[in-house]
Design a protein around this ligand. Structure first.
Ligand code: HDD
Length: 704
């Protein structure tokens, strides 16, 4: 009997399984590892396989034979496919691209990546959530990692940042506690990917230095609309060092070309159900469509003397330098133009290490950064299993590299040299140190007694928290209050809630009172006792607000149109045109995936069936419905919810006059964000360009 399910090379398309031609970006080809050669399936050791679907057995109905090395190898490899996920930042998405310098800092640094204008340095950028496991949902309220590996001519430079410019703690010693507190509670294994639980807030309530970061975390920054629409920050001060050995402090900022945009909380919750891969799909699709996301790299440059004049310590990672104090100088752009060819090989195996610097860039004395320098190198060993993780293609430098490090697990290179040490007379031509080209640490003068003590200049934990809160626009402040009410309402232990209220009233009395009202807490609040006086009169810093920067463009945004049978074909065309003119995308949602017949008899294809395309997936929505179509939609709770959610999420809604009864059923009240589309969609798209309808918010939820 011929075996079943047996694949026969001769019956297959010659190109089956061949990868489509891919866009290869700057330096990309260096990562393109050719598929193992040959057209015949083989074992890992090259033995051709005759049958990959039937194990070797004793007769057609008999037991399997241990002798079957093809079966054993296949199962053996599969059994070990997973590696430990990252202890934090486990869920990530990434892309290749390049960094192009537009303004040289060669007077301040010997780093060529910051010196040669027009030079395009290949990069790999990984975004991540912090707390959730690899399989968690994209729109958790969480800080986003923003890690960039620059493959420079002088070696790899890893700028391992977040989308928030400050951090929870001042000393790396506290990091394991922070991570333990925010991760799922160990005795029950939940909640996953959330800070809204007792252990997180218990720890925060006991850690006043976290208060500034908590303000950022409770803002809409932690529910970004897209990775393409958020800022990134190197957080710490670094040093630039020039050829004369002069040092200048620097902070790095990434600013997205598409502006900063976030979703609202109820939307985030629903997106996680509708499309847990919302962010990765968004980035992947944008890059595949050729809409390459882009960020400006800005630097804040300052001297030791400038730093002495700040009213905070720039070595304290819980503090930022407001752009109002040290303005940003834009020096380059980051463009992501190629998706990984394989998510495990690249996104999972990429190993960022804060210690990866290039000559001309150096650490400052930030104690958090120093602790990180140990942790990142160390963690790769347990994650990737070998000190040779640098040989994995995504981690290997793209410039020549040579040293005497040898052997170890998974050594993949063959080193023919006899001499594996320096100095040596036997091999005078081997690689040697270079005083001129090599990395040299800035000779920071060090002085002081060996002790475990925090500087008094790190003691003010509330002033910048206050500055952040008070610098937000009204809707942003409302959202911080709502987020705190939500999170603390999930905390079961009352003393944790009341202790947190004590911190919040110190940040700002009104903030504390509003959160207390939202929690239904009417007892007097006992304020926390700050170690140093809070600067009640601290200058505002509007640069920390997203909305104060103006309404971002519609470019890269997604419109959704719910279309029924008999709807106007002319209106659909007008909508398509108006949306495309803004550089946005239109997707069609229909009662069935088969699409609809429009009033001119033409067929319109659907991108989503109604239940699979809820309005939370779109930035602005339109209902293009005929009278009969509207009647049918009224019987669908998913259609009513589609419109209701869009209204509650402060989205601009366009609708044909015939769709009126559906809007009524969804509780839509006329406002500047509700546009009637009578034959033409231009007015609706124009309204959508105004962004979310913040003025509607008090009508759709209680603002404490
Ligand atoms: Fe961290 C991963 C960002 C403090 C220890 N961190 C990690 C990643 C990002 C950050 C973006 C994911 C990198 C990737 O995509 O692979 N971490 C930060 C920022 C911090 C910070 C901006 C403060 C300014 N981290 C921090 C401290 C420690 C760590 C203080 C420990 C002392 N972080 C790690 C880690 C991770 C990590 C355990 C997990 C996986 C990895 O490193 O490669 O070593």
């Amino acid at each position: 009997m011929a075996s079943t399910n047996k694949s026969d090379k001769s019956s297959q398309n010659e190109n089956a399984g061949a990868a489509p031609a891919r866009h290869v970006g700057v330096g990309g080809e260096l990562h393109q590892v050719a598929a193992p050669g040959g057209d015949v399936l083989t074992t890992n050791f090259g033995t051709p396989i005759s049958d990959d679907h039937n194990s070797l057995r004793a007769g057609p109905r008999g037991a399997l034979l241990l002798e079957d090395f093809v079966l054993r190898e296949k199962i053996f490899h599969f059994d070990h496919e997973r590696i430990p996920e990252r202890v934090v930042h486990a869920r990530g998405l990434a892309a290749h691209g390049f960094f192009e310098l537009t303004d040289s800092l060669s007077d301040l640094t010997t780093a060529l990546v910051l010196g040669e204008v027009g030079e395009k340095t290949p990069v790999f950028t990984r975004f991540s959530t912090v707390a959730g496991n690899r399989g968690s949902a994209d729109l958790a309220r969480d800080v986003r990692g923003f890690a960039v590996k620059f493959y420079t001519k002088q070696g790899n430079w890893d700028l391992v940042g977040n989308n928030i410019p400050v951090f929870f703690i001042q000393d790396a010693m506290k990091f394991p506690d922070l991570a333990h507190a925010v991760k799922e509670e160990p005795d029950r294994g939940f909640p996953q990917a959330q800070s809204a639980h007792d252990t997180f807030w218990d720890w925060i309530a006991m850690t006043p230095e976290a208060m500034h970061m908590v303000m950022w975390q409770m803002s809409d920054r932690t529910i970004p609309r897209s990775m393409r629409m958020m800022q990134g920050f190197g957080v710490h001060s670094f040093r630039l060092v020039n050829a004369e050995g002069k040092s200048t402090f620097v902070k790095f900022h990434w600013t997205p070309k598409l502006g900063m945009q976030s979703v609202v909380w109820d939307e985030a919750v629903k997106i996680n159900g509708a499309d847990p891969d919302f962010h990765r799909r968004d980035l992947y699709n944008a890059i595949e469509a050729g809409d390459f996301p882009e960020w400006e790299l800005g630097v804040q440059l300052f001297s030791e003397d400038d730093a002495a004049g700040f009213d905070f310590d720039h070595l304290d990672s819980t503090k930022l330098i407001p752009e109002e104090v040290v303005p940003l100088r834009v020096i380059g752009r980051l463009v992501l133009d190629r998706n990984p060819a394989n998510v495990f090989d690249e996104t999972e195996q990429v190993a960022f290490c804060t210690q990866n610097l290039v000559p001309g860039i150096d650490f400052s004395d930030d104690p958090l950064l120093h602790g990180r320098n140990f942790s990142y190198l160390d963690t790769q060993l347990s994650r990737l299993g070998s000190t040779n993780f640098n040989q994995i293609p995504i981690n290997a430098p793209k410039c020549p590299f040579a040293n005497m490090q040898r052997d170890g697990h998974m050594q993949t290179r063959v080193h023919p040299q006899r001499v594996t040490y320096t100095p040596s007379l036997l091999d005078p031509s081997g690689p040697r140190e270079s005083h001129d080209k090599g990395f040299r640490s800035f000779p920071t003068p060090l002085d002081g007694a060996k002790q475990r003590e925090r500087s008094a200049t790190f003691a003010d934990h509330y002033s910048q928290a206050r500055q952040f809160f008070l610098s937000q626009t009204e809707p942003e402040q409302d959202h911080i209050v709502a987020a705190l009410v939500f999170e603390l309402s999930k905390v079961e232990t009352e003393i944790v809630r009341t202790t947190m209220l004590g911190h919040l009233v110190v940040v700002d009395e009104d903030l504390g009172d509003r959160v207390a009202a939202g929690l239904g807490h009417s007892d007097p609040i006992t304020p926390a006792t700050p170690a140093v006086a809070v600067r009640a009169d601290i200058a505002l810093a509007p640069s920390v607000s997203m909305l104060a920067r103006g309404v971002p463009p519609l470019t890269g945004r997604k419109f959704g149109a719910l279309v029924t049978d008999g709807a106007s074909a002319a209106l659909v065309t007008s909508l398509r045109k108006a949306v495309a003119a803004e550089g946005a995308m239109l997707q069609i949602i229909c009662p069935t995936i088969g699409g609809v017949s429009l009033d001119d008899g033409s067929k319109l294809k659907a991108d989503h069936q109604l239940a699979g395309g809820p309005s939370v997936l779109f930035d602005a929505v339109a209902v293009v419905a005929s009278e009969d179509g509207t009647s049918a939609l009224l019987a669908e709770s998913a259609a009513v919810a589609w419109v209701h959610d869009a209204f509650a999420h402060l989205k601009v809604i366009g609708a044909t006059p015939e769709a009126g009864p559906l809007l009524d059923a969804a509780g839509v009240e006329a406002d500047e964000g509700v546009a009637t589309m009578d034959g033409d969609a231009a007015g609706f798209v124009e309204a959508a360009a105004g962004g979310r309808v913040w003025a509607r918010e008090p009508d759709v939820r209680t603002v404490y």
